[in-house]
Design a protein around this ligand. Sequence first.
Ligand code: F6P
Length: 359
Amino acid sequence: MLRIGLLTSGGDCQALNATMRGIVKTLYRQAGEPVEVYGFEDGYQGLIYERYRMMDNRDFSGLLTRGGTVLGTSRTPFKLLDTPEADGVNKVEAMKGTYRKLKLDCLFMLGGNGSTKTANRLSEEGLNVIALPKTIDNDTWGTDMTFGFASSVEVATRCIDEIHTTASSHGRVFVIEIMGHKVGWIPLYAGVAGGADVILIPEIPYDIENVIRVIEERDKHGARFTIIVVAEGAISKDEAALSKKEYKKLVAARTTPSIAYDIAAEIDKRTGREIRIAVPGHTQRGGTPDAQDRIFATQCGVEAALACLKGKFGVMIAQVNGKMCRVPLADVAGKLKYVDPKSDLVKEAKAMGISFGDE
Ligand code: F6P
């Protein structure tokens, strides 16, 4: 009997169910022995409090196209891992206890950066853990791609497309705020795919004067409208010069809902142009996974199952230069993958006239 645990942790995304389907279908076919599947509810909380449900073949049918996660998810911040829960429970000991009590052979953890740090800790504590790279943000170190990213780029691109038509009709400037946490992968990809005029990402600090120049030049050439895609974590050159502490203080003191509003107010003040804001927000994590995500999620699920059957634990499933592989959890935990400002895509976007606000 092979006993495995599944959990989904952190912000959800479109291809979590498709990934779990890949793991379980492969195990059923390849294990050569009966497989018992324990699905932990709401991420690490389920492991801490022994909240799980037994799952079988039928639970994984019809999941390829279903967004969200059938297990539910939650955030259990890594920095609070050694702080007892409100009821005094020691999280790490409780998770180890559940794992041992259920006699699990392997825990599959589908999660992003913070969740991977916790997975690494559990692996160091002696549990057999395999992590799978989930996040719309695509910021997981050690893998070229994460599942959820492609689908969220699709959603964000559609939003930019739709704004284009109305921006053009009314001759307005639009600021569209795109998710991505501290990195600019989704805004960069969706911005290029959606034909944005300006893309502001955290990795390339902007100067608002450069953004205004783009609007004015477009006006001069009769373009009528300008589409500015701004990453939720974008920073100005002045902000980039601050210490981490000073910047955090500045963000905490913000009176507007988010950065798009600050940028819009600044443009309004300086140009008097008619300006609107669009924030697609969590729609970027919603809906069905796109084809690329379904494929990658399936690959990740299959490779994770095969790693388990080979006894390869303490790893994250990854894709590097198009090849599926395993990377040690200890090598990836705690590191972020940023957009390289000198990458081909940034250079190409600049070459055809997209401004990143830096020059
Ligand atoms: O990590 C995924 C993500 O959607 C980020 O892009 C965003 O910053 C964050 O999660 C939003 O978190 P929450 O769902 O807790 O509002």
